[in-house]
Design a protein around this ligand. Structure first.
Ligand code: CO
Length: 134
């Protein structure tokens, strides 16, 4: 079950410059920063209600976000839905024949469980499922 939009992930070339721009233009301070080695990103979260804007800097050219930036340039990278049970959501999607990037949930930032769904199935938008640990 979808509970909320967890975050919108935005790929940026210049993480520090983008953080400053978002601070100034949104008038809001970042609430979380984390380097996620296995995803090849450094992320900064800005709160927006119960959701977040997530700025994503790449840790190198040979990472998913690095390749995204090289081919498509900076911009919206993915939309993350907060769900109550990622494994159950994956089972449901699999049952509907939806192509998955992650067959099983894996650990995300903020002690979350996450999984990505292939963009081809969802109108060209990369979808992430996020379950808050607890
Ligand atoms: Co994300």
């Amino acid at each position: 079950m979808i509970l909320d939009i967890d975050h919108v992930g935005i790929a940026v070339d210049d993480l520090e410059g983008s953080v400053e721009r978002y601070r100034r233009t949104l008038g809001v301070e970042p609430s979380h920063r984390e380097r996620v080695e296995d995803q090849g990103v450094e992320e900064v979260l800005f709160p927006a209600g119960a959701s977040f804007i997530q700025l994503l800097g790449s840790l190198g050219a040979d990472t998913p976000v690095g390749r995204f930036l090289a081919t498509r340039g900076p911009g919206v990278h993915h939309v993350a839905y907060r769900v109550d049970d990622v494994a159950a959501s994956l089972a449901r999607l699999r049952g509907e024949g939806v192509r998955l990037v992650d067959e099983v949930p894996r650990r995300g930032s903020r002690d979350t469980l996450i999984a990505f769904v292939h963009p081809k199935e969802m109108g060209g938008v990369l979808i992430e499922l996020v379950q808050i640990a607890g």
